[in-house]
Design a protein around this ligand. Structure first.
Ligand SMILES: Cc1cc2nc3c(=O)[nH]c(=O)nc-3n(C[C@H](O)[C@H](O)[C@H](O)COP(=O)(O)OP(=O)(O)OC[C@H]3O[C@@H](n4cnc5c(N)ncnc54)[C@H](O)[C@@H]3O)c2cc1C
Length: 416
């Protein structure tokens, strides 16, 4: 079994900066991610000047990277069971940092399972992976700050953005804009996005009520005040802001809320030697994730002057996170028709879930959340739609090979 001073789960911006800052203080670090390279959501598939220094910083003899590696179980005695495409093994840590990031909140609406409908970040990821988008007509809808960089990205790749339909009202968006005044870099970013999207119709207070099409999305029906109208398009990118990935924290027994792993100001969770940073600590954006990567390294190494410096920076960035949450974190839901699918892995409809009391009975009676995504999509959606809390998290955290499950069984039996 390999043993490390610190294991970091998640090689996004938060985990990458934590790894580098720890290694430069002499700590032996393991950095785990299920993607083939470091970068997380924002730098997925990117290999330009913006990411190269952060990736190069990981080439330290003090850092061991485990890519294409998933955490399958968190075990007693500060161990993790991980699996890569070849085998599975155990890793031991003195300190564990959860930098597991976030995913999009996808809320059901009529037609959302049609081919051509994706999340906002999902469409960006497909295009980064090589899907041609030039000359395709795209409607971007839902809510959240992700809309803007993705709209710019798609336009730069030749997409025709038919319209941006944001749920939030204009006064609410203006209030959010006023918060940005304290973040000059964000102001410039916002101005840059606006300049690159000149000519794209932007509609606030606009809710998607249905996506139309029979075998492929061909359009989207939107409600704006008392008025309904139809837009024609090839792709609909619809997402409702982000939700943190909490499964690892929950399997360790850390306290969580639906919005974050609960931590102290020094990023400690409620479980000793376990820390949470970046989006796992609440949606705060890139700069916040980076600052928390530096802060956690200073905390673990007891570097008091760096702690003070980075704590101030994190406090500043977290104020923006509060404004982001106040503006985007509670998207409105469109009333669902009975036949709208809620769990798209197992084809469970809204009507079928009306008899379920909670997430557990929905799983047991209807197989909601029992498919390949293991509730990563419908779990957050049902929490939002019906107020169901999550079930206890049990291993395996991700679908695993039989040999890995057998190893897990052996370890569990040995512990008993
Ligand atoms: C789909 C999507 C697209 C985005 N696009 C943009 C954008 O274009 N511009 C922008 O400014 N912001 C974007 N964001 C927001 C941006 O990702 C964050 O602000 C920032 O990257 C957060 O960094 P992080 O390190 O906290 O998390 P992330 O970047 O999310 O990194 C977390 C990493 O943890 C890994 N992980 C999680 N669980 C496990 C596990 N069990 N085993 C192994 N690895 C695991 C994930 O694969 C991921 O690589 C996007 C977010 C999402 C969800």
């Amino acid at each position: 079994m390999q043993s490390y001073d610190v294991i970091i789960i998640g090689a996004g911006p938060a985990g990458m900066h934590a790894a580098h800052a720890l290694a430069s203080r002499g700590q032996h670090v393991a950095l785990i991610d299920d993607n083939p390279a470091a970068g997380g959501q924002i730098w997925r598939g990117v290999n330009n000047k913006s990411i190269q220094p952060a990736r190069a910083a990981l080439e330290s003899p003090h850092i061991t990277t485990y890519y294409q590696t998933r955490v399958i179980a968190t075990l007693a005695s500060q161990q993790l069971l991980v699996e890569n495409p070849r085998d599975a093994h155990l890793l031991h840590y003195r300190h564990l940092i959860i930098a597991s990031g976030a995913r999009e909140l996808l809320l059901p609406v009529a037609g959302w399972t049609l081919p051509g409908v994706t999340g906002i970040g999902g469409l960006q990821a497909l295009v980064k992976a090589g899907m041609p988008i030039a000359n395709k007509r795209v409607v971007i809808a839902g809510t959240g700050p992700l809309i803007w960089p993705v709209a710019v990205f798609l336009r730069m790749h030749g997409a025709h953005i038919v319209a941006i339909a944001e749920q939030q009202s204009l006064p609410r968006l203006v209030r959010f804009g006023l918060h940005l005044a304290r973040y000059p870099r964000k102001i410039w970013q916002a101005v840059g996005y606006a300049a690159q999207l000149i000519g794209v119709p932007f509609m606030a207070d606009s809710h998607v009520i249905a996506i139309t099409g029979t075998t492929q999305s061909t359009g989207v029906r939107i409600q704006r005040g008392d008025h309904q109208f139809q837009l024609t398009c090839d792709y609909v990118a619809i997402g409702h802001h982000l939700v943190p990935n909490l499964d690892i924290a929950q399997s360790l027994g850390c306290d969580t809320t639906p919005a974050a792993v609960t931590t102290t100001g020094l990023l400690a969770t409620t479980i000793p030697h376990v820390y949470a940073i970046g989006e796992a600590r609440g949606i705060g954006g890139l700069d916040c994730a980076i600052a928390e990567g530096h802060l956690v390294a200073a905390v673990i190494c007891r570097d008091t002057s760096a702690i003070t410096q980075w704590q101030q920076r994190v406090a500043h960035e977290r104020q923006l996170a509060t404004a982001i949450a106040a503006t985007f974190a509670t998207p409105a839901t469109t009333p669902l028709a009975d036949d709208t699918i809620v769990c798209r892995c197992e084809d469970v409809t809204h009507a079928q879930l009306q008899h379920a009391r909670d997430w557990r009975t929905a799983k047991l009676q209807q197989r909601c959340g029992m498919g390949p995504c293991q509730g990563r999509i419908c779990g957050a959606a049902t929490q939002h739609l019906y107020g169901w809390g999550p079930d206890a998290v049990r291993p395996p955290l991700r679908p695993a090979r039989v040999a890995t499950l057998a190893l897990l069984q052996t370890i569990s039996t040995d512990v008993e």
